[in-house]
Design a protein. Structure first.
Length: 69
């Protein structure tokens, strides 16, 4: 392997906007995150599926009607 071509590897603390700190390794000296596993809606279970203009109800109505035939 060639010498002196690999980037430096740091043990860093990535800091989220919510204040959570994640310890990891990176070629960057520091990382600031917008969302992490502690504040992301999908991982915290607070994500909601919104029914936009009754589309889910219309979809279910259409397919339930077809299954009855």
């Amino acid at each position: 392997m060639k010498k002196n071509i690999h980037p430096a590897y740091y043990n860093i603390e990535a800091v989220c906007a919510c204040g959570n700190i994640v310890r990891t390794g990176s070629t960057l000296p520091s990382i600031k995150l917008d969302v992490c596993n502690a504040c992301h809606p999908f991982f915290t279970g607070t994500q909601r599926n919104l029914d936009a203009e009754g589309r889910i109800a219309r979809f279910n109505k259409r397919y339930n009607k077809n299954k009855k035939k």
